[in-house]
Design a protein around this ligand. Structure first.
Ligand SMILES: Cc1ncc(COP(=O)(O)O)c(C=O)c1O
Length: 435
């Protein structure tokens, strides 16, 4: 499977963003994350255009948990995107990159006072309150630092999205948000309107990730608009903003058929405006927080194949020089990917093998991959790895985290340097008595 902006050159090498992946592997070593800038920008523009055509007011806020680096922040700022952060580290990265604080939204189900203080001191745009105790804490910290907290309240709409259970977040039984059914969301809305130093701007929900159908989004738009109307009836409050979260799925495998961004916009906007009309409430500004669908298909990971081990009558194992530490998704969610031999991308795949990482686990990356006669020294390219790979990388087994290059029009530039061995011991301390 080739993704947009990819091709195969006359040497049979996979080309991404105009760059020869075999050359990239040689120059920057492997494992290597490769990110196609044009695809990232194209996705941002498609989101903005699709909603601009249909709504008077909207914002697309990139969910940085999918992939966060300072260069990504710069691209998002140039593309006039907002930014969703969900930790102190993501917020710090955004601020270090010079991202406009007013366009940052802070999420998370447990924000410590230090994080709230940092957000308030930097005047970030919105804090998304996730619980009643947190609402009270936001108010306290705002008073303490002498600021007004501009907030959204996260609603749990009671929608069970059709996706892996670990990335499903809109059902009643979740740690996230305030439930509609038991009345917690209404209690929170009323409390927010009363709390000192808190300005309520509206509501948020996020039902899950890697959604391959639009029905969950459509239901969320309707359910939250019903709630907004109900809050209006009970309190007279008019919501200015409705943030419907992220979640649009991408193509990991040839037969994945995610809705296009335009179709998502068409269906969400139709449900959203119909609900506003039905309840006769003013249309809030609609905010979306896509992460995966902005960067996912823009990423390719390159590995070097090391050992090819054939167990007669059982299977062939192909080991690569990375794995669990640079992409935990296969082990976390049984995530599946399309893979190919980057240096022989023109050769018909005809060997079913199991691709494994190099870690001290059975870190099966791709249990049944069809590859073109994999040999030690070949470069394995894994498609659609832009989201939730580097972002979830670890130093398990004291592997160093790979570098990342941004490719565009045949040029490659480092946006994350490869960790060195010295980075691995940087925080180790030997107490005097052990020295
Ligand atoms: C609150 C919130 N918004 C946005 C996103 C982004 O989701 P996705 O990357 O699927 O678009 C997530 C992901 O978990 C999230 O929790």
């Amino acid at each position: 499977m080739l993704l947009p902006n990819q091709s195969v050159n006359s040497d049979g090498h996979l080309i991404v963003g105009g760059c020869d992946t075999v050359g990239l592997a040689r120059e920057y070593d492997t494992p290597l994350y490769v990110l196609d800038e044009q695809i990232v920008r194209q996705n941002c523009r498609q989101y903005r255009q699709a909603f601009a055509q249909r709504l008077p007011e909207f914002e697309i806020a990139y969910a940085s948990k999918a992939l966060m680096t300072k260069a990504i922040c710069k691209i998002m700022q140039q593309e006039e995107m907002g930014l969703d952060v969900a930790s102190q580290g993501e917020l710090y990265t955004a601020l270090e990159a010079g991202f406009a604080p007013a366009k940052i939204k802070l999420h998370g189900n447990f924000k410590k006072p230090a994080l709230l203080r940092m957000a308030l001191e930097h005047d970030i745009g919105r804090i998304v309150a996730d619980s009643i105790p947190e609402l009270e804490l936001i108010s306290e910290v705002a008073t303490e630092v002498g600021k007004r907290a501009h907030i959204l309240i996260r609603i749990t709409p009671g929608i069970k999205a059709d996706t892996h259970e670990r990335i499903r977040t809109g059902q009643e039984d979740t740690k996230f948000g305030l439930g509609l059914a038991g009345g917690a969301a209404m209690t929170a809305a009323k409390l927010a309107l009363d709390l000192p130093d808190v300005a309520l701007h509206g509501f948020n929900c996020h039902i899950g990730s890697q959604l391959l159908h639009t029905d969950g989004f459509v239901r969320a738009a309707t359910v939250v608009m019903d709630f907004i109307a109900q809050v209006g009836m009970e309190t007279g409050y008019v919501a200015e903003q409705f943030d419907i979260g992220g979640g649009l799925g991408i193509r990991y495998q040839e037969d994945d058929m995610p809705p296009t961004i335009d179709r998502l916009a068409e269906e969400v906007c139709a449900a959203f405006t119909a609900a506003a009309d039905h309840h006769n409430v003013p249309l809030p500004e609609l905010i979306l927080e896509p992460g995966r669908s902005i960067v996912g298909e823009a990423g390719v990971t390159l590995y070097t194949i090391g050992v090819v081990k054939e167990i007669p009558g059982i299977r062939t194992y192909v080991s690569v020089d990375g794995g669990l530490s640079d992409n935990p998704r296969p082990l976390l969610y049984d995530a599946e990917y399309e893979v190919l031999i980057a240096n022989r991308a023109n050769q018909q795949p005809d060997c079913i093998v199991r691709v494994a990482g190099a870690h001290c686990e059975t870190d099966t990356l791709f249990p049944e991959s069809n590859l073109a006669d994999p040999q030690p020294g070949d470069i394995l390219a894994v498609q659609s790895t832009g989201a939730y790979t580097y972002a979830m990388a670890s130093n398990y087994n004291r592997f160093t985290k790979p570098a990342m290059v941004l490719v565009s029009d045949g040029n490659a530039e480092l946006i994350v340097t490869r960790e060195g061995l010295e980075d691995l011991v940087r925080h180790d301390v030997i107490p005097q008595r052990l020295a």
